[in-house]
Design a protein around this ligand. Structure first.
Ligand SMILES: [Cu+2]
Length: 124
C-alpha cells in the first residue's frame, strides 16, 4: 500500500516536471494584440490597423497570414522599432519590441508596397 502511494507520488511529480517544462518561456508583455493579414475586394490589409502603447511598454504582436491568394508570403515591419518579419500563409509568428519613443510610426508589409499596413501609436 505504501509502495503504491510512493509510486503515485513519483508519477505526479514527473507529470508536474513535464508540464513545467512545456510552459511558455516568453515574459509577459504590457500590450498583446493579434494582427491578421486579410484580402478584401482584391486589396490586402493587416487588421486591425492600429496598435496603441505607452512609451516604455513592451508590445507583443501575434501575426497571422490568412490571405488565400498568391503570393503565399507577406511581410510585417515597423522600421521605427526594428521589427521585420515574413509570415507564410496559414502560419502564425510573434514579434516583441519595446515602444521606446512616443509618436506615430508606420506598420507596413515590406514585401508589397500596395499591401495596406497601419500605424503604431505610442502615447507618453
Ligand atoms: Cu504583403
Amino acid at each position: 500500500m505504501r509502495l503504491l502511494a510512493l509510486t503515485a507520488l513519483a508519477i505526479s511529480l514527473a507529470t508536474a516536471t513535464i508540464s513545467h517544462a512545456e510552459a511558455p518561456a516568453a515574459a509577459p508583455a504590457d500590450v498583446t494584440q493579434t494582427l491578421v493579414a486579410v484580402e478584401i475586394e482584391g486589396s490586402k490589409f493587416w487588421l486591425p490597423g492600429t496598435v496603441v502603447a505607452r512609451k516604455g511598454q513592451t508590445v507583443r504582436l501575434t501575426l497571422m497570414n490568412k490571405i488565400p491568394s498568391d503570393p503565399n508570403q507577406h511581410g510585417f515591419a515597423i522600421p521605427a522599432v526594428g521589427v521585420a518579419e515574413v509570415v507564410n500563409r496559414g502560419e502564425t509568428k510573434t514579434v516583441t519590441f519595446t515602444a521606446a519613443k512616443e509618436g506615430v510610426f508606420p506598420m507596413v508589409c515590406q514585401l508589397h508596397p500596395a499591401h495596406v499596413g497601419g500605424q503604431l501609436v505610442v502615447l507618453p
